[in-house]
Ligand binder design. Structure first.
Ligand code: GDP
Length: 452
């Protein structure tokens, strides 16, 4: 991929808006813009300044714009960057981009600005990935985690460990050079301590993924229960909109429903459970492989019953629920129909009383949901791994270091020791991008949007 030319793309979302921002990056960014800009001579202006002017194609006026200048290396990409704020019409945006391409700019590929920032050392790979996460973040928790990673939290944690390992790798290499003399440069006790310490950090990071993933992608939840107990009504009450079809006819909710809800800064994602909704008996549902698989994705099952059944019937259903081995929460809907004396018997089962239709108990339900998934006291200032690629690399590192621990006291295996330490370094390097391949970079950056 050419990284020496000047790239251009729209950085705001396509479609009309009050303004659109077109970004150029590369050695000729300022000169090319200057070619079509009527106003001050942009090549003579200081970095980090804004300039009003006209964009003209020959005699034809395209728009009145503001050009922001960032002179290398003080820019996002560390190259010359110009951000042209124009009126947000698709036509104007296309005209300006086409004009600058005709002058020598090239249309940027997805994520190419951030790729250049990475290649030019503005940040490491895990930070570049965090930029994408930050753009995609849709809750306070996912925003906090992405922001922490983008500012280098995760990378810094790995950097120190990596440097200490590199030291040992070179000591052991040295030993191999002096193989006949039977010397020991790398102190085995210190190496064992270091590896144990690193493994401890790795394990913490690896196990943080469960939480990190949930924060990034939402807590998957299933709402299950017999037809007509009020599942769709609840979903509507939670989402505060009438999206799911509510009806009196049992089993009419067949459409795919996957919705997201932000409760207390955590995103809950409702898994499509059309199959489960229509299955009268949850034990019966156990037999349906596909349905079961769906249920297994859930971190929590909201099992809903209503006032029309007896306590004994509900107890029977709960026994089926327990077999799934997934945390669950039992809701008793339609409290408006529940006689006061029935209430205590149901309460003994630990149910949460609600009326989905009258929106009674919904706030309490939200609090209970947060408590159930145990996320209400998450500490997002702690490093959390949110990226499956990072977890895989961390696990590989841990495996290699485990082999180091196994061989550390065996004098015959110094070669293996050196090899395994190098392996561990390789995988750690993959996370931060010290070790990269074109495939890896392409894989990561093509998932970005164009203009980022
Ligand atoms: P689903 O089949 O479980 O999705 O049930 P629906 O949400 O379609 O609700 C079935 C019926 O129960 C509808 O007529 C709802 O209006 C009614 N319903 C839902 N919640 C309540 C409630 O809190 N009280 C009463 N009395 N009726 C409710």
């Amino acid at each position: 991929m050419n990284t020496q030319d000047t790239i251009i793309a729209l950085s705001t979302p396509p479609g009309s808006g009050a303004i659109g921002v077109i970004r150029l990056s590369g050695p000729d960014a300022i000169r090319l813009t200057n070619d079509v800009f009527a106003g001050k001579d942009l090549e003579k202006q200081a970095s980090h300044t804004l300039h009003f002017g006209l964009i003209k194609d020959g005699d034809q006026l395209i728009d009145e714009v503001v050009a922001g200048l960032f002179v290398a290396p003080k820019s996002y990409t560390k190259e010359n960057v110009v951000e042209i704020s124009c009126h947000g019409s698709n036509y104007i945006i296309q005209q300006i981009i086409n004009l600058l391409i005709s002058k020598g700019a090239r249309a940027a590929k997805p994520g190419e600005f951030t790729l250049r920032a990475f290649l030019n050392g503005a940040f490491d790979l895990s930070q570049a990935e965090a930029v994408a996460d930050l753009i995609a973040s849709n809750s306070k928790a996912s925003h906090d985690v992405a922001m922490q990673q983008m500012r280098g939290g995760f990378a810094n944690e790995l950097k120190g460990l990596r440097e200490q390992l590199i030291h040992f790798a070179s000591m052991i290499e040295l030993e191999l050079d002096f193989a006949e003399e039977d010397v020991e440069f790398a102190n085995r006790d210190q190496l064992r301590n270091l590896v144990t310490k690193i493994n401890y950090v790795l394990q913490r990071l690896i196990s943080s993924f469960e939480l990190g993933n949930v924060i990034k992608n939402g807590v998957p939840i299933v709402i299950a229960g017999k037809p007509n107990v009020g599942k769709s009504t609840l979903l509507n009450a939670l989402l505060n909109e009438e999206r799911a079809i509510v009806s009196d006819i049992a089993g009419t909710t067949r459409d795919t429903i996957e919705d997201e809800l932000n409760i207390g800064g955590i995103v809950f994602r409702f898994i499509d459970t059309a199959g489960i909704r229509d299955t009268a008996d949850i034990i019966e549902a156990l037999g349906v492989e596909r349905t079961l698989e769906k249920m297994k994705q859930a971190k929590l099952i909201i099992y809903m019953a209503d006032a029309s059944q007896t306590v004994a019937e509900l107890e029977e259903q709960v026994r089926g629920l327990v077999k799934l081995e997934i945390p669950y929460l039992i809701l008793l809907n339609k409290v408006d129909l529940l006689a006061a004396e029935q209430r205590s018997a149901f309460a003994a089962l630990g149910v949460v009383f609600i009326s989905a239709r009258d929106k009674v108990g919904i706030d309490e339900l939200k609090i209970t949901l947060l408590e159930q998934v145990n996320l209400h006291h998450i500490n997002t200032s702690e490093t959390l791994v949110t990226n499956i690629r990072h977890v895989e690399a961390l696990k590989q590192t841990e495996n290699a270091l485990q082999r180091v621990l196994e061989n550390v006291d065996n004098p015959v295996t110094s070669d293996f020791l050196a090899m395994d330490i190098k392996q561990a370094l390789h995988y750690l390097g993959e996370i931060t991008g010290t070790v990269t391949t074109d495939d890896l970079l392409e894989n990561i950056f093509t998932k970005f949007c164009i203009g980022k």
